[in-house]
Design a protein around this ligand. Structure first.
Ligand SMILES: Nc1ncnc2c1ncn2[C@@H]1O[C@H](COP(=O)(O)OP(=O)(O)OP(=O)(O)O)[C@@H](O)[C@H]1O
Ligand SMILES: [Mg+2]
Length: 268
């Protein structure tokens, strides 16, 4: 594997990430110990942005894989391809990451079937190796390689959860929506709207988050607040921006929409 290959996965510009506790220090210690990490938290709260930031900070290439239930072990480790010259092996993203010493981020790993997930086992214990069964090769992970997975607690059912033998190969960090002050600063920075408007968006989100489990499956995420701010920065009237990005995406229930709409109206 050439250097050029690692370069394409390198993050050259510092991603904007606002540290909200001491997660950067804890992650750094875990990386130094080459400990596999699990990032837990609701959708849109900053997990992916954090990994990008840490990869940049640690100077490691980052390879991200969005997992889904149709994903097979071959999609991760690689497969033989047929081309004009015959058959040719192509490494999958996990194999590339293990070879070049990247941070490999498996996003939404519970979506993958358990028979796919088990292939990470030998990479995430003392062996740190990945067997490419079809190729008859065992890849020894590069010293700098680290595996990171994300996990949305609460979305799982019994059929769709990680096995304990998978979970217990990772140390975990809990993520949640940032505290008001941080979240407001994030929204203002990401969108360019004024701090006062960002504050209002955050307060609307707090109202909605209190309704989780009382008619809402999930609260309004930081990501959606950024969407609302982006629309407002484009000149969309705040109430329409909120309707479009904070209310409609998260519920179809007319009463719940009215409730959220009323919350928006108290601020804008
Ligand atoms: N601490 C933070 N610093 C900077 N931006 C943040 C932070 N937290 C959230 N954001 C903003 O929220 C958006 C969504 O975050 P991100 O994509 O990282 O969510 P996620 O937790 O990975 O969600 P999912 O589980 O759906 O993949 C980011 O694009 C960024 O704008
Ligand atoms: Mg993500």
């Amino acid at each position: 594997m050439t250097d050029a290959n690692a370069e394409q996965y390198r993050i050259t510009e510092e991603p904007f990430y606002r540290v909200v506790h001491d997660e950067d220090q804890l992650y750094t210690a875990a990386y130094e110990a080459r400990m596999p990490m699990m990032l837990k938290g609701p959708t849109g709260c900053g997990k992916s942005r954090f990994v990008e930031y840490m990869a940049w900070k640690l100077g490691r290439p980052l390879i991200t894989v969005a997992c889904n239930e149709d994903m097979t072990a071959s999609d991760l480790v690689g497969r033989y391809l047929l081309d004009a010259e015959g058959t040719r092996w192509q490494d999958g993203p996990l194999t590339v990451a293990a070879r070049i010493g990247a941070i490999c981020y498996l996003d939404e790993v519970v979506e993958a079937r358990q028979d796919t997930t088990v292939i990470i086992h030998s990479l995430t214990d003392h062996r740190r190796e990945l067997p490419l069964e079809k190729k008859g090769e065992v890849v020894k992970a590069h010293d700098d390689f680290q595996l990171v997975i994300s996990y949305n607690p609460g979305y799982q059912n019994l059929m769709k959860d990680l096995k304990q033998s998978t979970k217990q190969r990772f140390a975990a960090l809990d993520f949640d929506y940032p505290e008001s002050e941080d979240e407001s600063a994030i929204v203002a920075h990401e969108t360019g709207i004024d701090p006062d408007a960002a504050d209002k968006l955050v307060q609307i989100a707090h109202r909605a988050r209190n309704l989780k489990g009382h008619g809402l499956d999930e609260g309004i995420s930081t990501r959606l607040l950024v969407y609302a701010g982006n629309l407002m920065a484009k000149g969309v009237e705040p109430r329409s921006a909120c309707m479009m990005s904070l209310v409609r995406p998260i519920t179809d229930d007319p009463d719940m929409r009215d409730t959220l709409d009323a919350a928006v109206s108290t601020y804008f």
